[in-house]
Ligand binder design. Structure first.
Ligand code: CA
Ligand code: CA
Length: 241
């Protein structure tokens, strides 16, 4: 068995263990106003990804700090950093940088797989991203966005992996994570390319005889325009529109 297959099998087994794990934080958490921004370095951004079939969309808000000042808001669990390159046959297999600059992300899925709406919250203050190579409930967390005011996912070094999310859903975007999708899904590309390509995927799993099985999936190739979160009032408008 190749390293690639071994790694995939390991991830499949690991994901199965956490398929039905509870949310990392209460979906009703509403403490984002408590963020300390005394140094003015708080990054508070939001976007909506559209372009899925049947009008499905995802609303996302996230908070973080560019701690190393490299102009990229970056987060990569130790598990992903060490295993993600192995999925790419053209890759040298070198680990990605491990680290976390994320504080919190809120995701609202609308009209996916017969579910009108569900919300998922990840908060690093409650469930820290595991920076060790070992598997943990945050092992599939990864994110990279160039803080140049541009779109998210239109550069090959960008993307994210938000998983596992209840109810047994993963949300993956960008070329950086193109090899993370469970097959037979297509490889992800940078957003906005034409044809039958996709830059983002939502996959829903169930437990099969040999590990997780994809039971539903949806794709989008819509570019993601990122905006600053300006006020609580605006936040509420978005939540209830
Ligand atoms: Ca950074
Ligand atoms: Ca970009």
């Amino acid at each position: 068995m190749t390293i690639k297959l071994t790694s995939k099998l390991f991830i499949a087994i690991s994901l199965a263990m956490f398929l039905f794990s509870p949310s990392h934080a209460s979906p009703d958490d509403d403490d984002y106003d408590d963020f300390d921004d005394h140094d003015g370095g708080l990054i508070a951004l939001e976007f909506v990804q559209r372009g899925f079939d049947n009008g499905s969309k995802i609303k996302v808000r996230f908070w973080g700090r560019d701690l190393d000042g490299d102009g990229v808001l970056y987060s990569m669990s130790g598990f992903l950093a060490n295993n993600l390159p192995l999925f790419d046959p053209a890759s040298s297999g070198a680990p990605l940088p491990v680290g976390n600059e994320f504080i919190r992300v809120e995701l609202i899925f609308i009209d996916f797989f017969g579910i009108p709406r569900f919300k998922q919250v990840f908060d690093e203050r409650e469930t820290p991203i595991d920076l060790t190579p070992a598997f943990s409930p945050t092992a599939f967390f990864g994110f990279a966005y160039n803080l140049d005011g541009g779109k998210l996912g239109d550069d090959p070094n960008e993307g994210f992996s938000f998983a596992p999310l209840a109810p047994s859903v993963s949300y993956t975007m960008g070329e950086l994570f193109k090899n993370l999708l469970f097959e037979p899904a297509p490889k992800l590309v940078t957003c906005g390319q034409g044809g039958e390509t996709a830059c983002a995927a939502v996959q829903q799993f169930t437990v099969g005889d040999f590990g997780p099985m994809v039971v539903n999936e949806a794709f989008s190739n819509k570019r993601i325009k990122v905006r600053k979160i300006k006020s609580k009032r605006k936040r509420c408008e978005i939540e209830h529109d």
